[in-house]
Design a protein around this ligand. Structure first.
Ligand SMILES: [Zn+2]
Length: 221
């Protein structure tokens, strides 16, 4: 559950929905349904409007800076669209220029998060909403986009602090939506069908990153 969505109302809602899911699971006789699966099924039930609080973030410790509404589509994920991908990007510039671009209505693109070289995480679009970051409508609808400050061609862009913070963020997203921590679900922009983007590029250490995500996921669970 999002850190920005906890509180008494959220807990009540979770309790009620957990009961509904429990009943449905019993009815179809899937007693063997894993506890982990049950814990995320309630997200998929339609018709419950999730609360929005001004300035709330989905990742504990993230700083909120709102993107221009022109660079996203308001939605009610994961009820209207299943979230099953995290997409890794590199900004091809510094943190400030990325924030300015995402605040600019004329830019036409923005990601949910930006991770800085120092490990700071800024959230600019709620995970509820569809961010325009993948250049592919279906992939925008199914994913959370994470930008990383720096340059594809510069290996020194990707610091220890950045890898660690980004891995914690991706682990939290995978946990929230019941995604397996693997390279089918955590992908680079370069892997989005039809894209001409190459990020995160050859200097992004996928082996190291996925190891950190798995470790963070285990620690959270
Ligand atoms: Zn990208």
């Amino acid at each position: 559950m999002g850190d920005g969505r906890t509180g008494k109302d959220g807990d009540r809602r979770l309790g009620r929905r957990a009961l509904i899911v429990g009943g449905a699971a019993a009815a179809v006789g899937t007693a063997a349904l894993a506890r982990d699966e049950l814990s995320h099924l309630w997200w998929r039930l339609p018709g419950v409007e999730k609360p929005r609080v001004e300035g709330a973030v989905d990742f504990r410790g993230a700083r909120w800076v709102a993107a221009s509404p022109a660079n996203l589509r308001r939605a009610d994920r994961p009820d209207d669209y299943v979230i099953d991908r995290v997409i890794i990007h590199v900004t091809q510039g510094g943190y400030r220029s990325a924030v300015r671009a995402f605040q600019n209505a004329g830019h036409g693109a923005a990601a949910h998060y930006i991770v800085r070289r120092d490990g700071g995480v800024t959230q600019m679009i709620r995970e509820l909403d569809v961010a325009f970051h993948a250049g592919n409508r279906a992939y925008n609808e199914r994913s959370v986009g994470i930008e990383h400050e720096g340059f594809v061609e510069d290996a020194s862009s990707f610091t220890d602090a950045m890898y660690e913070a980004s891995a914690r963020l991706t682990a939290a997203i995978c946990g929230r939506y019941g995604m397996a921590v693997d390279r089918e679900h955590v992908i680079g922009h370069v892997q989005v069908p039809g894209t001409d983007h190459t990020d995160p590029g050859p200097h992004w250490d996928w082996g190291r990153y996925m190891g950190l995500v798995r470790r963070a996921r285990t620690a959270r669970a």
